[in-house]
Structure formats: structure tokens, C-alpha cells
Write a protein that binds this ligand. Structure first.
Ligand code: 5GP
Ligand code: ZN
Length: 117
């Protein structure tokens, strides 16, 4: 049974209840543009399932983790940034700066990125 939290913003985007600009999606993942882009390409890659953060991933979630990695590659290809390079970031918890408690990879590119923050 797919985990879902009806109070979660990203679960609601997956369900189509909140609009988002979808870049790519497959059985396990959805990738959509960040509403407040920090770079020319700023896409969020998320699992369809509600998993709070990277820290809540379990060994049994290997299919999800693999799909997130493959979807991230696809997004970089589709955005035309794979050759120049890009950055993948996932924030975990309060000190990590996580503001939406549904696992997401930020895919950033399209300019030279500096520092880690
Ligand atoms: P975090 O701070 O948790 O690592 O990243 C959450 C990201 O979600 C932020 O970069 C923020 O701009 C983005 N975000 C927040 N609300 C929405 C929304 O309703 N739609 C979209 N597309 N992105 C959102
Ligand atoms: Zn969720």
C-alpha cells in the first residue's frame, strides 16, 4: 500500500490536487519545477509515496531510491544541463533547512553554482 498523507503539500501535488509544472514522472517519482527557483533550472524530484526525508528511507525502499536517481538523470537530460553539470541536494530536518516533510531532491543547474551554504 502506497503511503500517502492528505495534509502533505507534495502528496497533494502527486495527487493532482495542487497544480505544479511537471517536468517528468514515472511509476515511482514525480519531478516538477520549484515555485521559487534558486537557479535557471530548479526541479524537485520526489517519490509518489510519502516518505518524510532521506533519513526515513528504509532498505525495502530500494526501488524508490533507484527511481529517484534515474528520474534525476532524466530531468538533467531534459533540462539540457547534464553536460555542463548540476547539483542534487536533499535537506533533512530543521537544521538541514527542510521546509516540506516529503522527501525531495533539488536538481539545480543552468549556472555556475558556488558554496554549499
Ligand atoms: P526544502 O526547503 O524543504 O528543502 O524545499 C522545499 C521546496 O519546495 C522549496 O524550494 C520551495 O520553494 C518549494 N515549494 C514550496 N511550496 C511549493 C509549491 O506549492 N509548489 C512548488 N512547485 N514548490 C514549492
Ligand atoms: Zn507527502
Amino acid at each position: 500500500m502506497m503511503r500517502h498523507d492528505s495534509d502533505c503539500l507534495f502528496c497533494r501535488i502527486v495527487a493532482g490536487e495542487i497544480p505544479a509544472t511537471i517536468v517528468f514522472s514515472d511509476d515511482h517519482t514525480v519531478a516538477f519545477r520549484d515555485i521559487q527557483p534558486a537557479a535557471p533550472t530548479h526541479v524537485l524530484v520526489i517519490p509518489r509515496e510519502h516518505i518524510r526525508s532521506l533519513h526515513e528511507l528504509e532498505p525495502a525502499d530500494h526501488d524508490v531510491l533507484r527511481a529517484l536517481a534515474m528520474s534525476t538523470q532524466r530531468v538533467a537530460e531534459l533540462e539540457g544541463i547534464a553536460g555542463a553539470g548540476y547539483r542534487v541536494v536533499t535537506n533533512v530536518g530543521a537544521d538541514g533547512g527542510q521546509s516540506v516533510d516529503h522527501l525531495h531532491f533539488h536538481v539545480l543547474g543552468g549556472r555556475q553554482l558556488r558554496g554549499l551554504g
